[in-house]
Design a protein around this ligand. Structure first.
Ligand code: PLP
Length: 403
C-alpha cells in the first residue's frame, strides 16, 4: 500500500506499511544553473583564490546576519579552530563545551591544547543547561563554546551575563543556526565569534566551507591573518613588492576558494526562501506527529526563539525507545531518510571518553537525546505532501512494531 497523498489524515491512521512515492533524503543541496554559471565564470577567469567573490560572499553574509564582520573559511571546523586561536585559548585553559553537539565544537578546543569541560543538555531544547555553568566553572575556565542545537538559539542574554560576571569569552557554533535569532540578534553575533558551516547537509552549501562572524574588527583582522598562514599583509592590496611579506603568527591555510564563494553567493540569495520552506515543513510535520503516543518532538514551540528549523528531532519514550533501530530501519525501507543528531554525546565518543572519563551523570540528558531520538528532514527539497507522507510512515511503522 502506498500512502495516499490526497488523504494524509486517513493514511496516518491506517495500519500497514505506508511508503513514500519517492525517496525523501535527509538532506539534498538545491543547486541549479545559477550556481553552475557562477562557477563557470570563475573558471573562465584568472583568479581562483584571494579574489572578489570571497569578499562579496563575506559582505553579503555580514549583511544577512545584520551586523559585524564576516570571514570565509574552508569549513566550520576551521572557523571554530580559528576562533579559539584568535582568543588566545591554549594549554592550561578550560573551556565549557555543550555535551550534545558535533565533535567539531570540542575538537577546536582540544587542538589548542586547552581542556574541554562538558555541560549537559536541558531536556526541552537539547541546548546546554545554563543552570550547570556555575557548577562546572573553575579558576582555569576561559571560555564557553556552545552549539545552538538544531537551530534553536540558546538563551544568549543569560549566557553573556554569566560570561561577563566570570570574564569568559563566548564562541557560538552556528553550523545549524543560519537564520536563527535570539531577540532581534542573529545567532553568532552575541558572543565573540559565531561559526557557520556550508557542508552539503546544512542550510546552504559551498561543497565544503564555513564562515566566521564577529562584531570586533580587531578579532576579524586577527582571524583573517591566521586563516592565511599568519602572514601580515593581504596579497592584493597591501604588498609593496609581489611576493614580499612577513609572518607574525603561527597560522594555517583555512581559506575559501573563489569557486566555493561563487556558489555561496548564489546560495545565500536563495536562503530566505529555503528558511521559509523549512519552517513550513517543520510546522506541518510537528502537527502530523502531535498526539502520537510514545513520541515527543523536541522544542516544537519554536516561537520562543526564531529557529532555523534545521531538522525535526523526535524523542521516543519507553518501550518504543528500545526499538529505535528497528523503527529507523522501517522508515528507511519506506523511503524516509533519517539521521541522528548526534549519535552520542561528545564526552562519550572514544577519544573524549579515554581522555576525560567524564562521569555519566554529567551527560544524562544529552545521552537520552542521543540514544532515544530520531532526526527527520524538513529541508527545502521536501514538500507539504512529503511531510504528510513522513508522518504517515512514522505512524504506521510504530503501529507495526506494536503488533
Ligand atoms: C556540521 C557541523 C559542524 C562541522 O561543519 P564543517 O563545515 O563540516 O566543518 C560543526 N558543528 C556543528 C554543530 C555541525 O552540525
Amino acid at each position: 500500500m502506498t500512502a495516499t497523498h490526497e488523504s494524509p489524515a486517513r493514511s496516518t491512521r491506517t495500519p500497514g506499511a505506508a511508503r513514500t512515492g519517492r525517496a525523501l533524503p535527509f538532506a539534498q543541496p538545491l543547486l541549479d544553473e545559477r550556481e553552475q554559471e557562477a562557477v563557470r565564470q570563475v573558471l573562465a577567469g584568472p583568479t581562483l583564490t584571494h579574489g572578489p567573490r570571497v569578499r562579496q560572499f563575506e559582505s553579503d553574509f555580514a549583511a544577512f546576519v545584520g551586523d559585524g564582520h564576516a570571514v570565509a573559511t574552508s569549513s566550520c571546523m576551521a572557523a571554530l579552530h580559528l576562533a579559539c586561536l584568535a582568543l588566545g585559548i591554549g594549554p592550561g585553559d578550560e573551556v565549557l563545551v555543550s555535551a550534545q553537539t558535533h565533535t567539531a565544537t570540542a575538537h577546536a578546543v582540544e587542538l589548542t591544547g586547552a581542556r574541554c569541560v562538558f555541560v549537559d543538555s536541558e531536556p526541552r531544547t537539547g541546548n546546554l543547561d545554563l543552570d550547570l555553568l556555575a557548577e562546572r566553572i573553575t579558576p582555569a575556565t576561559r571560555a564557553i563554546a556552545l552549539v545552538h542545537y538544531l537551530g534553536v538559539c540558546v538563551d544568549m542574554p543569560r549566557v553573556l551575563q554569566f560570561a561577563q560576571q566570570n570574564n569568559l569569552r563566548v564562541i557560538e557554533d552556528c553550523a545549524l543556526a543560519l537564520g536563527s535569532t535570539c531577540g532581534a540578534t542573529h545567532a553568532g553575533l552575541w558572543g565573540d565569534f559565531g561559526c557557520f558551516s556550508f557542508y552539503p547537509a546544512k542550510h546552504i552549501t559551498t561543497g565544503e566551507g564555513g564562515m566566521l562572524v564577529t562584531r570586533d574588527p580587531a578579532l576579524a583582522q586577527r582571524v583573517s591573518s591566521l586563516r592565511a598562514f599568519g602572514i601580515d599583509r593581504h596579497i592584493v592590496d597591501q604588498r609593496a613588492l609581489p611576493g614580499l611579506y612577513d609572518v607574525a603568527d603561527l597560522g594555517l591555510n583555512y581559506r575559501m576558494s573563489e569557486i566555493a564563494a561563487a556558489i555561496g553567493i548564489v546560495q545565500l540569495a536563495k536562503l530566505p526562501e529555503f528558511l521559509r520552506i523549512r519552517r513550513r515543513n517543520f510546522t506541518r510535520l510537528a502537527a502530523g506527529l502531535e498526539g502520537l503516543a510514545g513520541v515527543r518532538v523536541l522544542a516544537a514551540d519554536q516561537a520562543v526563539q526564531h529557529s532555523s528549523c534545521y531538522c525535526l528531532v523526535a524523542l521516543l519514550e519507553a518501550p518504543l525507545a528500545a526499538r529505535r533501530s528497528e523503527l529507523l530501519g522501517r522508515l528507511n525501507a519506506a523511503g524516509v531518510g533519517t539521521s541522528l543528531y548526534y549519535p552520542a554525546p561528545v564526552p562519550r565518543m572514544t577519544y573524549y571518553r579515554q581522555k576525560y572519563a567524564t562521569p555519566v551523570a554529567h551527560m544524562l540528558q544529552a545521552a537520552r537525546i542521543s540514544d532515544t531520538s530520531i532526526a527527520l528532514p524538513v529541508g527545502p527539497h521536501l514538500t507539504d505532501e512529503d511531510m504528510d507522507t513522513m508522518a504517515a510512515c512514522l505512524c504506521s511503522a510504530i503501529e507495526e512494531l506494536a503488533t
